[in-house]
Design a protein around this ligand. Structure first.
Ligand SMILES: Nc1ncnc2c1ncn2[C@@H]1O[C@H](COP(=O)(O)OP(=O)(O)OP(=O)(O)O)[C@@H](O)[C@H]1O
Ligand SMILES: [Mg+2]
Length: 477
């Protein structure tokens, strides 16, 4: 396997004190001994609850080529004889390596932030750009103070494109991260009430997201959602940050990447997009209007980094919904199939609206019903009760008549749903499970959505356990 870093370059980038007989180089970087592959360097990062130094022995057993550890922790590592690079602070060393990775790279770099759709957009970019070059992208939602430097440090020298997810819960978090990433193109997917508990209002969220503009490379571009009420504020902030090019994507007539036509189907969408004088038509393999919106940003970014748009557009056809983010399963029931839409990864008011639209667009069969199984949207602070109650309008508007609710915050919604919506409310996922399991019938479409912390993925697992999936529209992970 080719080397990601030679030891010489590692030590040069991070400083530090090598101990023992170090290998020629490392094949990858790991911060988790459970997923470490032989030949990787193990960085003993200290998290909120765990300290990587406690897993140094496990990392050596898993085949770590070298350990990167803190000087202060050395005494606690006892008789461990593995090759090590000893640094003052392991996270700071990872950041330095990330900066070095960026400095040696010739790749076109794209950064993605926003209140929802970061991972979806990042994975779509990974997928389509793979049709035109070698792509490196963040794993999962590795978008924070350790996820971003880790993704940077993992960037192979020879990749053509790299895509970084950058997230935040508080003001000031994006700025240092984007300054390491130095993107050529920065996408803001949308501004919505995610983590609103930490902010006064949506403008404040927009301003925190706008920190991403401060790291854009000279000559680079900001790519903004032209349909978002805060695009103007964001555009102004991009200009103030010195960004040379600001483009919009959306349905709005003035978008640089404009949705000219869109047909939504249960399992895909067909779109026509106007990019300057060029018309691009594409089939998008994952359903939902929100996915189309993300795809406009994907096409925009692809164009801005000079990728072949025809190849990129063609690759959209086999895009697939991510696990917990709209992935579909056709469940086997002796008397007919049940469609399960797994949205259990995440929920905020914007993604709730997207998921309800998805449910609404999915056909039932026979006597089947559309069933929404909804759990709490977390981190909404003092806005929480109001935003949960506001979902009533969405439910009534989409004509959903069967609703199962779980979690303390959902009480506010249960209290205001009209009587013609059949509603079952329970305290949490565990309590709701038997009620949902016994309620589903052949022909139903069941959409499960909540914030991750509420644990509705257990409901998805229970449904998959009781009614094994016949097929999925996408490959299993
Ligand atoms: N453009 C969009 N508008 C509204 N909802 C969206 C959009 N794109 C994706 N979603 C939905 O939002 C949820 C979260 O998606 P995704 O994981 O891509 O977001 P994220 O921004 O990466 O979240 P996180 O902050 O947890 O990393 C999913 O249910 C997904 O279907
Ligand atoms: Mg994410």
């Amino acid at each position: 396997m080719s080397l990601l870093w030679t030891t010489e370059a590692l030590v040069e980038a991070m400083g530090g004190r090598p101990i023992g007989s170090l290998p020629e180089g490392i094949t990858g970087i790991s911060i988790d001994s459970r997923s470490l592959e032989p030949g990787n360097a193990f960085f003993a990062i200290k998290g909120e609850t765990m300290d990587g130094h406690d897993f140094a022995t496990a990392a050596v057993k898993a085949g770590a080529a070298v350990l990167v550890v803190a000087e202060g922790k050395l005494p606690s590592l006892g008789r461990l004889t593995a090759p090590m690079i000893v640094v003052q602070d392991v996270l700071a060393a990872l950041e330095k390596l990330g900066v070095a990775a960026r400095a040696r790279s010739k790749a076109k770099i794209i950064a993605v932030t926003g209140s929802a759709g970061k991972t979806t957009t990042k994975e779509a970019l990974r997928h389509v750009l793979s049709a035109v070059g070698k792509v490196h992208a963040s794993a999962q939602s590795f978008n924070n103070h350790w996820g971003v430097p880790l993704t940077l440090a993992r960037m192979p020298q020879d990749c053509n494109y790299a895509v970084f997810e950058i997230g935040m819960n508080h003001p000031g978090e994006i700025r240092p991260l984007v300054k390491m990433v130095r993107p050529h193109v920065a996408i803001v997917t949308l501004i919505a009430a995610a983590h609103l508990g930490f902010f006064k209002n949506l403008d404040e969220i927009a301003m925190a997201k706008a920190e991403i503009f401060e790291g854009i490379e000279p000559g680079g571009a900001a790519l903004l959602n032209r349909d978002d009420p805060r695009w103007k504020l964001l555009g102004k902030m991009a200009k103030e940050a010195g960004v040379e090019h600001v483009f919009g994507f959306g349905e709005n007539a003035r978008s640089a990447f404009r949705l000219a036509a869109c047909e939504l189907y249960a399992d895909h969408s067909d779109i026509a997009v106007k990019i300057g004088k060029k018309d691009v038509t594409a089939r998008v393999g994952a359903p939902g209007r929100h996915i189309v919106q993300n795809v406009l940003a994907v096409l925009g970014a692809a164009q801005l980094v000079g990728a072949d748009l025809d190849k990129v557009a063609a690759a959209l056809a086999d895009l697939s919904a991510e696990r917990g983010r709209g992935r579909r399963h056709i469940l086997h029931h002796p008397s007919g199939p049940i469609t399960l839409i797994d949205e259990s990864y995440n929920a905020n008011p914007a993604s709730m609206a997207a998921a309800m639209a998805l449910l609404n667009a999915t056909p039932v069969s026979g006597e089947g019903r559309r069933i929404a199984v909804l759990g709490d949207m977390l981190e909404l602070g003092s806005h929480s009760a109001k935003l949960h109650a506001a979902l009533a309008e969405l439910i009534v508007g989409t004509g959903t008549r069967n609703v199962f609710l779980g979690g303390p915050e959902m009480r506010a919604l249960a209290d205001v749903l009209p009587s013609d919506v059949e509603t079952e409310y329970r305290a949490g996922a565990e309590e709701l499970k038997p009620v949902v399991m016994s309620a589903v019938r052949p022909g139903d479409v069941v959409m499960v959505k909540s914030s991750k912390g509420i644990g509705f993925s257990k409901l998805v697992e229970a449904l998959l356990g009781k009614f094994p999936a016949e097929a999925t529209t996408i490959e299993p992970t």
